[in-house]
Write a protein that binds this ligand. Structure first.
Ligand code: GAR
Length: 189
């Protein structure tokens, strides 16, 4: 199974996918890692791992439509079976979803449909929930919407900061993402 992974930042969840693919625990080929801005740690760690990388910088395009078309072309060039949004903080166009029907997977640090968006951990804490978690789902053109594949609950501790809670969620998120990718890869192996 060939995957393209899209990132916007640190790429720590991506790193666990890279590691699991390298050891053979996860039978996928990471065809490329792409980002929507230059200078991300996610791209740097991918290059360090010898992976192909690309950047479709949102700032390089006059219109949203042109960026959409460029992102789609860049991803399609690698003919992935699945595209994984791993901390990719942009909503893709309907044309992107149409190009990868049921094949665009996103991870989110909350129990969707609760607390979608860029601040899922902060928003859950601000609401005062006692349990939150992470979700891996088939993404559509909405903000963290689309059919849920799997979720893991994570308890919120009284002592938690946004950072400490997000770190614990990410530990669960990495296990969940790799487990989902293994299931998706099974028919290919
Ligand atoms: C992850 O927790 C991911 O779920 C979240 O960004 C983090 C990326 O961390 N994505 C979203 O909030 C999407 N709405 P990483 O770059 O260290 O893997």
């Amino acid at each position: 199974m060939r995957i393209v992974v899209l990132v916007s930042g640190t790429g720590s969840n991506l790193q666990s996918v890279i590691d699991a693919a390298a050891t053979g625990e996860l039978p996928v080929e990471i065809a490329a890692v792409g980002a929507d801005r230059p200078g991300t740690a996610g791209i740097a760690r991918s290059a360090d791992a010898g992976l192909e990388t690309f950047v479709v910088d949102f700032k390089d395009f006059a219109t949203r439509g042109e960026w959409d078309a460029a992102l789609l072309a860049a991803v399609q060039a690698y003919t992935p079976d699945y595209v994984v949004s791993s901390g990719f903080m942009r909503i893709v166009a309907p044309s992107f979803i149409d190009a990868f029907p049921g094949r665009y997977v996103n991870t989110h640090p909350a129990l969707l449909p609760a607390f979608p968006g860029a601040h899922g951990v902060r928003d859950a804490m601000a609401y005062g929930v006692k349990v939150t978690g992470c979700t891996v789902h088939f993404a559509d053109a909405g903000v963290d919407t689309g059919p849920i594949i799997a979720q893991t609950a994570v308890e919120v501790l009284d002592s938690d900061t946004e950072e400490s809670l997000h770190e614990r969620i990410k530990v669960a998120e990495r296990t969940l993402l790799i487990s989902v990718l293994k299931d998706l890869a099974a028919p290919f192996n």
